[in-house]
Design a binder for this molecule. Structure first.
Ligand code: UDP
Length: 422
């Protein structure tokens, strides 16, 4: 069914995940990429898209125009500096006030918002209470799962858990990015609320645009080297330590023909900088300095070459609600070895597009690496199937059109049953 009678306008709210910022550094990862991709894709489908985030530096532009229909708007709420998401809740009332003021100044009223992560979900719930806005929400991470995988539970934990329950029960629609995430919401958060499954997507034209030989030539990597790649943030829960130790145990390590590339940015002194130092320390301790490289933050322009150059991409996370890196690598024709958790169980098909192994299990990761690297024909077959799976299920065009239909359906409902004036 097509809906075309409604004005296509939406606000995407991502308080702590600025869609216009450089990706791959402190607390900037999948959520930022997701919001930016959703925003731009919707812009191309004729939506007027305003993406709201918190301004974290006086040098940042207040409005960044991405295309003629899509812009990022940075609101001042709290100090104009980076604050960890665990202490960001106190600035949300000011964020809501700023958003209301922005609407007033620009003669706008958002009938529909799509909020991202629990902090933004609270903002969306306030807009709903104050002006009857309809809310779609994507969690990106569930507190109840996160707090099971870390030792130091932050003070904000109980607040987060209650906000996450409230939004599930009150939003017009929750977007789960995998069936596994939906199941976790139902079993661990609440039985109430409406959940649709719409996965994250990736740009299948960008990833897959370069072949292995050309990629290796561009990056100066010997064609005979076995390349194992990690891409992502430096965070202990990403399991990079497991990967380093697994490569050290690989039978290819002794031949010195293996290269481990650990791509991702970090800021010295911040939590990601500390994790990078810790990982570099392990690399040194295991005598792996020569076969390990840290190219730093990889821009969207160079990432396709890294994925294509790799023989295997490893996603060793302790937990992952979706895991964009897996589908980016798969789209590039590279098999993925991933932890058998969360959304990775949805994207990676064990023995068909890669291998799933128990998280934190060094021998299991090492064995999986050896199985694929010692069988180039199978490696190629897995890569081929991986690419096919992403093209069929996770292309941005397909994902964006599912979101487009969901939003239109909700807006259409509000024109039929206008929200009560609040
Ligand atoms: N990323 C990037 N450059 C880097 C490291 C990561 O562009 O140096 C991107 C990566 O391509 C992916 C995102 O950051 O799109 C990470 O998303 P994922 O869902 O895998 O993990 P999250 O950061 O959400 O935990």
């Amino acid at each position: 069914m097509k809906y075309n009678t409604t004005k296509k306008q939406i606000a995407l709210i991502s308080v702590h995940g600025d869609p216009a910022i450089e990706i791959g550094r402190e607390e900037a990862g999948g959520q930022n990429v997701y919001v930016r991709q959703v925003g731009e894709a919707l812009g191309e489908l004729g939506w007027q898209v305003d993406m709201f985030s918190r301004r974290i530096s006086a040098d940042q532009e207040i409005i960044v125009q991405h295309n003629s229909h899509c812009r990022t708007i940075r609101l001042t709420a709290g100090p104009t500096e980076f604050v960890s998401r665990d202490v960001g809740f106190q600035y949300l009332p000011q964020f809501v006030d700023q958003l209301m003021a922005f609407q007033k100044e620009n003669d706008l009223k958002y009938e529909l918002v799509h909020t991202n992560y629990w902090l933004s979900s609270w903002v969306g719930m306030q807009l709903k209470k104050r002006q009857g806005t309809k809310q779609v929400h994507t969690y990106h991470s569930l507190g109840v799962i996160k707090y099971n995988t870390i030792e130091n539970i932050p003070l904000v934990a109980s607040q987060r858990l209650s906000v996450e329950k409230e939004v599930l029960e009150t939003a017009e629609r929750i977007v789960a990015t995998s069936p596994q995430e939906k199941e976790h919401m139902r079993t661990l958060v609440s039985q109430k609320g409406m959940i649709d499954i719409i996965p994250c997507g990736t740009d299948v034209r960008q990833f897959g645009s370069i072949g292995k030989i050309a990629a290796r030539a561009e990056l100066g990597i010997d064609p005979d080297t076995k390349v194992v790649l990690y891409v992502g943030r430096f965070d202990p829960r990403k399991g990079i330590e497991t990967l380093v130790r697994a490569v050290r145990e690989s039978k290819f390590y002794e031949s010195k023909k293996i290269q481990l590339i650990i791509g991702g940015g970090s800021i010295p002194g911040n939590s990601d900088g500390r994790e990078r130092d810790r990982i570099e320390g392990i690399v040194k301790e295991l005598g792996m300095v020569e076969c390990t490289s840290f190219p730093g933050c990889l821009s969207r322009d160079i990432l396709p070459a890294y994925y294509a150059a790799a023989d295997i991409c490893v996603v060793p996370s302790h937990y992952e609600p979706f895991g964009l890196v897996a589908i980016e690598a798969m789209s590039s024709g590279t098999p993925v070895i991933a932890s058998d958790v969360g959304g990775l169980q949805f994207t990676v098909v064990n023995e068909e597009t890669g291998l799933l192994v128990p998280p934190r299990n060094v021998p299991a990761f090492s064995h999986a690496i050896d199985r694929i690297l010692s069988n180039p024909a199978w490696q190629e077959k897995l890569g081929h199937e991986a690419k096919r799976r992403v093209n069929n299920k996770f292309s941005w065009d397909g994902v964006a059109s599912q979101l487009d239909q969901l939003y239109l359906q909700l807006l259409e409902q509000s024109t039929r049953e206008p929200a009560l004036a609040v």
